[in-house]
Design a protein. Structure first.
Length: 564
């Protein structure tokens, strides 16, 4: 190259005469176009991940102190997800798989960064802020205090609506509390993040089952909008002989009891049926009371839907995983479970889920001696008492959560999923309900266009220097079972965090690298001061542009487009 002199500490110098020999001119002119980064495009909550990472990465250029930048990042996160500490612990982070940095030396470790900022918010007691100050008169009811219901409640409360959340149990968080073990999701983190929503003025009625303690008629007469977020808490059995009776639990029932502090007798040997998060959480919970645990799954490891790192951690805890086997019968001696008979499987053609279908192998049955069976195969909503609201158990809703006029739904009650999906659906439904109540155009504010990955210049070492992704510290393995409720993953420290946010490519968003300015011979670019996050660092004088394309060619993050 030779034309360009760049020193990281000094202002880069644009060399006289550069570009003079360019023959690649056109009538097209540059435009600075903010694009949607793949992390955000993949995030079911619609979190503006690049924006908050860049708030910190660019803090000095933006004139923010570290604390101001962290606070700014926290506020960007909670715009779409009021639970950054929780999600920084349990989200399977599909965003990281799609991060453009994957091609270099691994995607940005977004999830641990989210946790860091979430914990900062808790430590600093940052409050959730109102979007609209004027108090609205239309009352809103939320059925279920899980991620979907609480996300809906938050989004409505910040727009000024009076919101009441009715929750059947005496705890908040839904399946995040009742399903996920505390060593993955500490209760104090969850309750502190929910408290912030309550602090916005949301009324929480715990121990109140809608359809039993509060009638549907009362709900309808008191509230203009109703959101159903009851989740799916009814575990499914395996439909095999012998499963009815003591010694057989569904995964969600077992975990519910454990998280409720009950001492559940599972005996010495436990079989857990299934390959999802519920199966792995149930298996690890049973290991924590000293049982020998075998997970029996009918497909292979590749098809297991559980979070991969959780499967690995379960194996480290000596949970055995037997693949390609399906339950056939639970054997008993009187009432006591003695074994589970399983049949070997092989994989056939893909089914509707896209995963290869397990096909039984004739005559391959064998017994696994056990004292207890935990069937963690699936669950469905329990809509008992809600018949006058909707025709259960599953709710059929439009993409924006609308079920009928004034009735919205989201989360597991619509489709079994993840907390991040529930949070995203709660927000989408709140935006639709708000638009309906205020007569707004719900389609306003379409997302920015996606940034094609070939526009990112990952190979530019001076712009994107190589650096490995951060890994979170873990509690020593020997303590995992002896301190059964203590959090295992301990997160990252500030130094790791700052290095990690610096790894973000800022795909599709200007981050002030100055290459457009450096390469522009006619001098079209003039520095904007002060700069604002997400806005261009330069204004352009297009009348002097000769259409050489250099600014687009040299922009490492794909922010600059030649148009025309
Ligand atoms: C064991 C397990 C592990 C999981 N691990 C993960 C994970 O690691 N990461 C992840 O992202 N997701 C995970 N999930 C999925 C995640 O927990 C759910 O997708 C999410 O909680 C769904 O949120 P929701 O608000 O729709 O429902 P829920 O969280 O189920 O909340 C529904 C709430 O409604 C209440 N309710 C029910 N009926 C009534 C009624 N009639 N009146 C009033 N209240 C009512 C319930 O008590 C509950 O509090 C896991 C799920 C399970 C079961």
């Amino acid at each position: 190259m030779g034309l360009l002199k760049k020193d990281k500490k000094k202002k880069p110098v644009r060399m006289a005469g550069h570009g003079a020999t360019s023959t690649k001119t056109s009538t097209a002119r540059p435009q600075q176009i903010l694009k949607t980064a793949p992390c955000t495009a993949t995030c079911p909550s619609g979190n503006k991940i690049r924006m908050w990472l860049q708030a910190i990465a660019q803090r000095e250029k933006l004139g923010m102190s570290e604390e101001e930048a962290f606070t700014k990042a926290w506020n960007i996160i909670v715009d779409t997800n009021p639970f950054p500490s929780m999600m920084g612990r349990i989200c399977p982070h599909p965003c990281e798989d799609k991060c453009n940095r994957v091609v270099k030396e691994g995607g940005v470790a977004i999830n641990v960064c989210e946790r860091f900022i979430g914990d900062f918010g808790l430590e600093k007691k940052l409050p959730l802020l109102k979007l609209e100050e004027d108090a609205k008169s239309e009352s809103v009811a939320v059925v279920g205090a899980g991620p979907a219901g609480l996300s809906f409640a938050y989004q409505m409360a910040r727009r000024g609506y009076p919101v009441t959340v009715y929750e059947k149990t005496d705890k908040v968080g839904g399946m995040v509390f009742w399903g996920i073990p505390f060593y993955r999701q500490p209760e104090d983190v969850l309750t502190a993040e929910v408290q912030r929503i309550v602090d916005m003025g949301v009324t929480l009625k715990l121990g109140t089952e809608v359809g039993k303690d509060v009638s549907i008629d009362a709900l309808k007469s008191e509230h203009k909008i109703i959101f159903v977020g009851i989740g799916a808490h009814k575990g499914r059995l395996m439909r095999v002989p012998g499963e009815e009776g003591p010694g057989v639990f569904t995964g969600v029932d077992y975990l519910h009891r454990v998280n409720n502090g009950e001492k559940v007798d599972v005996g010495k040997k436990v079989a857990v049926i299934g390959g999802g998060d519920t199966a792995i959480d149930a298996a690890r919970a049973a290991r924590r009371v000293g049982a020998e645990v075998t997970v029996l799954y009918r497909r292979t490891r590749t098809e297991m839907p559980a979070i991969d790192s959780e499967i690995e951690d379960a194996i480290k805890e000596n949970v055995k995983v037997e693949l390609l086997v399906a339950p056939v019968e639970v054997k008993r001696d009187g009432d006591t479970v003695t074994a589970i008979t399983v049949q070997k499987m092989e994989l056939g053609e893909p089914d509707s889920s896209g995963r290869r279908r397990p096909v039984p192998i004739e005559g391959s049955e064998y017994d696994v001696p056990v004292d207890c069976v935990i069937a963690a195969i699936s669950q469905e909503p329990d809509a008992t008492g809600l018949e006058a609201l909707y025709d259960g158990p599953w709710v059929t809703a439009e993409d924006n959560g609308k079920v009928a006029d004034g009735l919205f739904a989201g989360g597991d009650v619509v489709n079994l999923g993840l907390a991040t999906i529930a949070i995203g659906q709660g927000r989408a439904a709140a935006e639709a309900a708000h638009a309906q109540l205020r007569g707004l155009d719900a389609a306003a504010g379409l997302p920015a266009p996606p940034i094609p990955k070939e526009r990112i210049k990952a190979e530019l070492e001076d712009v994107y220097p190589s650096s490995p992704a951060a890994t979170a510290a873990h509690r020593p393995l020997e303590e995992w079972l002896t301190k059964p409720d203590d959090e295992i993953v301990l997160g990252i420290d500030k130094e790791q965090f700052l290095a990690e946010v610096g790894r973000c490519f800022s795909c599709g968003q200007c981050f002030g690298c100055e290459r457009c300015w450096m390469y522009c011979t006619p001098g079209c670019f003039k520095k904007v001061e002060p700069i604002a996050l997400g806005e261009p660092y330069y204004s352009m004088k297009l009348e002097t542009c000769d259409g050489c394309n250099k600014c687009q060619d040299e922009c490492p993050c794909g922010y600059m487009d030649m148009v025309g």
